[in-house]
Ligand binder design. Structure first.
Ligand code: CS2
Ligand code: MN
Length: 356
């Protein structure tokens, strides 16, 4: 595996490439072209400029998170053809720039959903948190307003104000889309892009829906073992793979994370590893990465990745806000650096145990 950190680009991120490079064991970043809209074809020169900036700082651009999918593709409207063509152009240019891993998601309307971006913990750190009760009581149109005050002045990916302004229209677009329709539209999209992925050796890595169930009545399909196996089998090509995000699949306590990892051997192209602490089955918070701070056994998660021979990029996912840092919720420097170091420590121990 290759340890990486997500980086939002010099225009948007509070964390610098120099700081990332100083985290022991972190050799790459995962980034994207911020400022592009879903459905646009990316320019090769913009991709090369991003790559050069990262390489000049002594790091590798280990993959893209995300090339977002236009709603027309998820809904399956006739104009999806144009947006799939643009997606293919973007993939070709990424391939020409020698980039081989693309993370994306297939969630309708909202990307991830949390109900608090700064829940205070007893040690004074703040974390992202979720309670089903709060979602049930909320009008989806108010969702954005309710979190906007906690973003530390940053723009949260998937929660761009322009997008949230269209929320009523977005809900209307999805009114006839159920799980089966969403699966069919995903299959259609994947079948169209696979020849390009084969040609340029691009690993597509679908990110799970977060939380891993339907919110506000919208369909959600990338949520459990049965569905993710269905997804990998319906387009049975190794380039059709997944981002294994422990914090997203882990929102449903019925998901056995190490077992899911083992069942996806050869198909995990990217890993997001973080812990969650459940206060009740419908209330969780994004704790520190350490097993003892949360509900998951992080050793077992890392061991499963090791056992299936995982070689792709991995990143500590969201971290807590600690040491008075002011940054995008979940994406500060300090706690993600601690997470990377901890995960590297687990990996070293597992590797050495196996060599014996
Ligand atoms: C999530 C998502 O993993 C994460 O950090 O917050 O925003 C994720 O990046 C996207 O769903 C992937 O397309
Ligand atoms: Mn994730």
């Amino acid at each position: 595996m290759q340890m990486t950190l997500r980086w939002y680009g010099s225009k948007y991120d509070t964390v610098t490439l120099k700081q990332i490079r100083q985290i022991p064991g972190v050799t790459g970043v995962i980034s994207t072209l911020y400022g592009t809209a879903p459905g646009e074809a990316w320019e090769l020169e913009d991709i090369l400029a991003l790559k050069k900036e990262i390489e000049d700082a002594g790091l590798q651009l280990a993959g893209i998170e995300s090339v977002n999918i236009h709603d027309a593709i998820k809904v399956g409207t006739p104009d999806r053809e144009r947006y799939i063509d643009n997606y293919i152009t973007t993939l070709e240019r990424l391939g020409q720039a020698d980039i081989h891993m693309v993370c994306y998601n297939f969630m309708p309307v909202f990307d991830w959903t949390r109900t608090e971006l700064a829940r205070m913990r007893p040690d004074g750190s703040t974390v992202l948190a979720y309670t089903q009760e709060a979602v049930d009581a909320l009008d989806p149109e108010k969702m954005f307003e309710s979190i906007a005050g906690d973003t530390n002045g940053t723009v949260m990916p998937g929660w761009e104000p322009e997008r949230m302004a269209r929320i009523k229209d977005l809900f209307a677009m999805y009114k006839d889309v159920d799980d089966e329709k969403l699966f069919a539209n995903l299959q259609y999209f994947l079948e169209r892009i696979m020849p390009t992925c084969d040609k340029y050796d691009i690993n597509m890595a679908i990110h799970p829906d977060d939380p891993a169930w339907s919110v506000f009545g919208l369909p959600r399909i990338i949520i459990n073992k049965a569905n993710i196996l269905r997804m990998t089998q319906m387009v049975d090509n190794p380039h059709n793979g997944v981002t294994f995000c422990s914090g997203s699949y882990g929102t449903n306590l019925e998901n056995d994370l190490p077992d899911m990892i083992r069942s996806l051997k050869g198909r995990i192209h990217f890993a997001h590893v973080r812990n969650l602490k459940f206060n009740s089955p419908t209330d969780f918070e994004e704790s520190a990465h350490l097993s003892s701070d949360g509900t998951f056994d992080m050793y077992e998660i890392m061991r499963a990745l090791y056992d299936i021979g995982f070689t792709g990029p991995i990143r500590p996912d969201h971290g807590r806000m600690i040491w008075d840092e002011v940054a995008m919720p979940g994406y500060g420097l300090y706690d993600r650096a601690l997470g990377a170091t901890y995960l590297n420590g687990l990996w070293e121990a597992i590797e050495k145990q196996h060599r014996k």
